[in-house]
Design a protein around this ligand. Structure first.
Ligand code: AMP
Length: 270
């Protein structure tokens, strides 16, 4: 595992690799990230993992400063999986050049997290574009846990770059909690609550199948969750898998949720 700390070292290391898999992360690594790296190692000859907390995608300064960081722990974990390269860029280098074209979301895309976190996905797409131009990966491995991110990045790169997105299933713990770096900010008690909410939402799919009024059911469920667990829900919606618009559950759909427990904002989909 070679640790690459700047762009010139990166370029030399990955020059001429035709089957390169890329796993972008913000560190705070857990088994969700590890599953993406394992997929990449299976599918590609070489694998590069980046650890970079992109300030541009944080719409809240406090959220950025509180985001869990533990590079030594991350590197020790990575050594066990042994990807070929770990890229640790600096903000100065990543943003040296201005992107000529400003990234603007379409009106139909300003939903869910895009509506609640102004500028977030514009920041995500900007950094992804910078990574793709530098690394030129054959495949980029990303998690379904961040389903809206996956959808927007796939759409963004489709007619612009050769790289293909490979989507990977959400990894959960034994309590059905989706692994997330932000979980490191929660107490055991709060994690317990997250587990309960996750199971309720998993079971909600069956309930939605049985009811004639799924939207009413979901609205009532939302109120119950807020009251019972003292959480704040940004959204709880049924979305079409295909374009994330509000969906009739007869089509392929996902229950998308974003909620705040204490001061930590979590997202998931079922
Ligand atoms: P992050 O470090 O949170 O930006 O995530 C980096 C990548 O890991 C993204 O593609 C995420 O969707 C993915 N990821 C995060 N959590 C999970 C999980 N529990 N299961 C699978 N992939 C995940």
């Amino acid at each position: 595992m070679k640790v690459l700390k700047n762009i010139s070292v990166l370029k030399k290391a990955i020059n001429n690799i035709s089957s390169l898999g890329f796993v972008p992360t913000m560190g705070g690594l857990h088994n969700g990230h590890i599953s993406l790296i394992k997929e990449s190692k299976k599918k590609c000859k070489k694998t590069i993992v980046s650890i970079y907390i992109n300030p541009k995608q944080f719409n809240n300064k406090k959220d950025f400063s509180n985001y869990p960081r533990n590079l030594n722990k991350d590197l020790n974990l990575l050594k066990k999986i042994n990807p070929d390269y770990v890229f640790l860029p600096t903000t100065k280098e990543m943003y040296k050049n201005n992107n000529k074209k400003k990234i603007i979301l379409m009106k139909s895309e300003k939903i869910l997290c895009a509506k609640m976190r102004k500028g977030h996905f514009e920041g995500v797409l900007d950094i992804m574009q910078r990574f793709i131009k530098l690394i030129k990966p054959k495949y980029i491995f990303m998690g379904e846990k961040d389903f809206q991110q996956l959808y927007l990045i796939k759409k963004f790169i489709k007619n612009r770059y050769k790289s293909k997105i490979y989507s990977c299933k959400t990894i959960r713990d034994k309590n059905y909690i989706a692994l997330s770096t932000r979980n490191f900010l929660l107490s055991k008690k709060d994690l317990n609550i997250v587990g309960k909410i996750s199971r309720i939402l998993k079971n909600a799919r069956q309930k939605i199948k049985e009811t004639n009024s799924p939207f009413l059911y979901l609205n009532i469920l939302k109120k119950k969750l807020v009251k019972k667990f003292k959480i704040k829900i940004d959204y709880l919606e049924l979305c079409n898998d295909h374009n994330l618009q509000e969906s009739n559950p007869k089509k392929k759909y996902r229950i998308m949720i974003a909620f705040h427990i204490k001061k930590v904002r979590l997202i998931d989909n079922f």
